[in-house]
Design a protein around this ligand. Structure first.
Ligand SMILES: Cc1cc2nc3c(=O)[nH]c(=O)nc-3n(C[C@H](O)[C@H](O)[C@H](O)COP(=O)(O)OP(=O)(O)OC[C@H]3O[C@@H](n4cnc5c(N)ncnc54)[C@H](O)[C@@H]3O)c2cc1C
Length: 389
């Protein structure tokens, strides 16, 4: 039988365990996010973020794909399904989880010393400690190689960090920051406890997107760290870029969650809203919109599954992640914008989720590599010519 919610029968690809993970995360979002999200969005805040983080930790959603140190050791497909369900509620909640697990925890897990892993990861997996990942600066976003934050090595071995980071998700609520800085030996990553003297994290206000997400500057004013604060295994941009590749993979799935909510809202609305004496879903122009939305939504989910299987097999290439991020977010935002038109004036109201998702996706389109950056990655892979500069 044709299922309008799963027209390609993609669910057939899932194992029982995959379904169980998905059901747990979906239920958590339904109980803890959906009843409040419009209010949080309107107020531009995420009250109770620490409690939310602990609950996300208790369902195994933080550092989900990592192994050991209290992490769930889930598959890439399961992590993707979780991202989809979280972002079906709100991109801000998925961002909290992505930054915690795929950026901050992943950096420590992959590049950290055993001591750093023992000290930070169990608390982060449990949601007791929130992490952030500081790469972007006011003058260096798409081109992080030019970053100015500098870590100077002192004679005794201490590091002293000075600089400014911008647009840092979870910044002002974080207990620990993974900060990337220039050093004499290239770009290095540092694990910086939030109570380090000289570190401050003023919150960025007045956002019209990702309003239910904490975004901050990080100001580092001669922050002194011990010699062992550096991530020993990360030298050069390769370190932060591999973390970003992991987080982008989650976005391939997550953005389809936002798109799913908008599509389903539009489908319901089209079946019940009447104009000219019949449901608007009975007009051919509305059906064309719904058909096109469904095609892109389920193609996108299928692509996410494909990339997830490749990641589980250890065969996912960064160019393939760029392919997925470029396609998913671009199509998701288009689906949300089209859904908004189906809802007419109601489309702009917070009583419906579509405008919230559409404006959230404006950030998702930009962070973790803009559309143009992923086009350049693919362009380089296709032609063999580097057109970045
Ligand atoms: C809500 C939010 C949360 C974020 N969270 C984090 C976080 O937790 N940690 C973090 O480190 N960063 C974070 N970011 C920052 C994000 O990663 C950057 O905004 C992104 O990398 C783009 O950098 P930029 O904004 O400086 O834009 P720019 O790099 O200045 O780009 C501006 C425009 O120029 C285009 N452009 C740049 N170079 C080229 C080129 N060579 N060819 C063609 N076009 C080009 C870009 O594609 C873009 O359209 C966040 C951003 C937002 C909005």
């Amino acid at each position: 039988m044709f299922d309008p919610h799963d027209p390609l029968a993609i669910d057939d690809l899932l194992t029982d365990e995959d379904r169980a993970v998905r059901a747990t995360v979906r239920q958590w979002a339904a109980d803890r996010v959906l009843p409040h999200i419009a209010e949080w969005y309107e107020s531009g805040s995420l009250p109770g973020i620490r409690e939310l983080a602990r609950e996300l930790g208790s369902i195994g959603a933080l550092g989900m794909q990592l192994t050991g140190y209290g992490c769930a050791g889930a598959s890439a497909v399961q992590y993707g399904l979780a991202c989809l369900e979280l972002e079906a509620a709100d991109s801000g909640i998925r961002s909290l989880v992505s930054v915690q697990g795929s950026l901050a925890m992943y950096a420590i897990h992959r590049f950290g010393s055993e001591e750093q892993k023992q000290r930070w990861l169990p608390g982060m997996a449990a949601g007791e400690i929130i992490g952030c990942f500081a790469l972007t600066e006011p003058d260096h976003g798409s081109d992080p190689a030019g970053m100015r934050t500098f870590a100077k090595r002192e004679a005794g071995g201490d590091w002293v960090l000075t600089g400014r980071k911008m647009w840092i998700t979870n910044g002002s609520v974080a207990g620990v920051a993974v900060v990337w800085a220039q050093t004499e030996e290239g770009i290095r990553g540092f694990v910086v406890p939030a109570d380090s003297p000289g570190l401050s994290a003023p919150e960025i206000k007045h956002k019209w997107s990702l309003r239910a997400s904490v975004t901050s500057e990080l100001v580092l004013d001669e922050v002194r760290l011990p010699a062992d604060a550096v991530l020993p295994e990360a030298v050069g941009l390769r370190g932060p870029l591999s973390c970003l590749s992991h987080a982008r993979y989650g976005i391939v799935w997550g953005s389809m969650g936002a798109a799913r909510t908008c599509f389903e809202t539009a489908l319901d609305y089209a079946k019940t809203r009447e104009q000219f004496g019949r449901p608007i879903g009975g007009f051919q122009l509305t059906q064309a919109k719904l058909a096109d939305m469904a095609v892109e939504l389920h193609k996108g989910i299928l692509l996410a599954h494909h990339l997830g299987r490749r990641m589980d097999a250890g065969r996912l290439r960064p160019e393939q992640v760029s392919f997925g991020k470029l396609n998913s977010v671009r199509e998701a935002i288009e689906i949300c914008r089209t859904a908004r038109t189906v809802l007419g004036a109601n489309g702009i109201s917070l009583e419906y989720p579509v405008m919230r998702h559409a404006t959230n996706l404006e950030s998702v389109l930009t962070y973790e590599g803009t559309v143009e950056m992923h086009q350049l990655v693919l362009g380089k892979a296709l032609t063999g010519i580097d057109a970045f500069r």
